[in-house]
Design a protein around this ligand. Structure first.
Ligand SMILES: C[S@@+](CC[C@H](N)C(=O)[O-])C[C@H]1O[C@@H](n2cnc3c(N)ncnc32)[C@H](O)[C@@H]1O
Length: 312
């Protein structure tokens, strides 16, 4: 992997704790020699344990949309049998083709945001970040959130906040942003946090158990990265097409819309044997140590054997 550059910043060490680690490894059912894709390799937290279980005869293919995360992963997972690729998991079939492979034995997706991205003030993921409100995983593609907020219609913004953030005050926040943006542009995370606080009634700000801007940041991040489209695209075809019969997929999601997409896909009995009728969630002990794990839902499925051909 290349080293850090100003365009490709790298925090010194990862602070991300892989969620549902024990459960993920158990459901992946790893053995030496397997070919495993970690479609959201992040800082390599899950991947380093996967690599030690598949051993030198196995192959690990790690994808991430964020070059900074690939740099971090490169410090933890390396070797002749490791391929780290800058790509969305939605392009998994094309990535495999470029590596001269068509089928793999396991695929892991651990969706959403890494704590390393959250703590990088230049990306705008944290509420108090003073860098541009970007919110993209891959800054070479798409539109940063601050630009979206400059031009988006009030109705479209309200829908994003409601659908992707389940934000109770979506209408008031969208209205406030659209009314005030020419006088006070929303350029940084701090600007967005201030705009949300100004739009929400005072007593709800005081009562909030989460930071009042949590849902708004989540909604805008999902929108600028088209996160649901990426997941839908892989689930519709690429995932089942690239897994060998008997191969397994494990998906950890943090949003009810993502979890619903995964649940529905794994119910397709022509392609999948659903292994988790209910989502697996973090133990109370893990939730105490890693609050991010509280909303994690893991689902696993096994690729079914293709039906035998019937004689003409
Ligand atoms: C929760 S983190 C993964 C953490 C990782 N499992 C670990 O233990 O270090 C999610 C990662 O997925 C990446 N990501 C999000 N959407 C992606 C996509 N469509 N394709 C590839 N990577 C994506 C993010 O950049 C982030 O690094």
């Amino acid at each position: 992997m290349s080293s850090s550059t100003p365009d490709n910043p790298r925090p010194a060490v990862s602070r991300h704790q892989p969620g549902l680690l024990r459960e993920t490894l158990a459901w992946l059912d790893l053995k030496p020699g397997l070919v495993v894709v970690d479609g959201t390799v992040g800082a390599g937290g899950h991947s380093q344990h996967i690599l030690s279980r598949i051993g030198p005869t196995g192959t690990l293919i790690g994808l991430d949309r964020d070059p900074m995360m690939l740099n971090l992963a490169g410090a933890k997972v390396r070797g002749d049998n490791v391929h780290l690729v800058h790509s969305s998991y939605a392009r998994l079939p094309q990535v495999l083709e470029s590596l001269g492979r068509t089928r793999v034995d396991r695929v892991l997706l651990d969706l959403g945001l890494s704590s390393d991205q959250l703590s990088d003030a230049r990306r705008g993921f944290g509420f108090e970040a003073d860098g541009d409100l970007d919110l993209r995983f891959d800054i070479t593609q798409g539109q940063p959130a601050w630009q979206l907020l400059e031009t988006i219609d009030e109705a479209d913004l309200e829908r994003i906040l409601k659908d992707y953030g389940e934000e109770h005050f979506s209408g008031a926040i969208a209205r406030h942003i659209v009314r005030t943006r020419s006088a006070r542009p929303i350029r940084t995370a701090q600007d967005l946090t201030a705009a949300v606080s100004a739009a929400i009634p005072e007593r709800f700000l005081r009562d909030a158990r989460k930071h009042p801007a949590t849902r708004v940041f989540q909604a805008l991040r999902i929108a600028v990265n088209r996160e649901l489209d990426q997941l839908e695209s892989l689930l519709s075809e690429g995932l089942s097409a690239t897994l060998a019969p008997g191969g397994r997929a494990v998906v950890i999601s943090f949003h009810s819309l993502e979890d619903r997409l995964v649940k529905t896909a794994f119910q397709d009995e022509k392609r999948w044997q659903n292994l988790t009728s209910k989502p697996v969630q973090a133990s109370a002990a893990e939730e105490r140590l890693n609050p991010r794990a509280r909303t994690a839902k893991l689902r696993a499925a096994q690729r079914t054997e293709p039906a035998p051909r019937t004689a003409p």
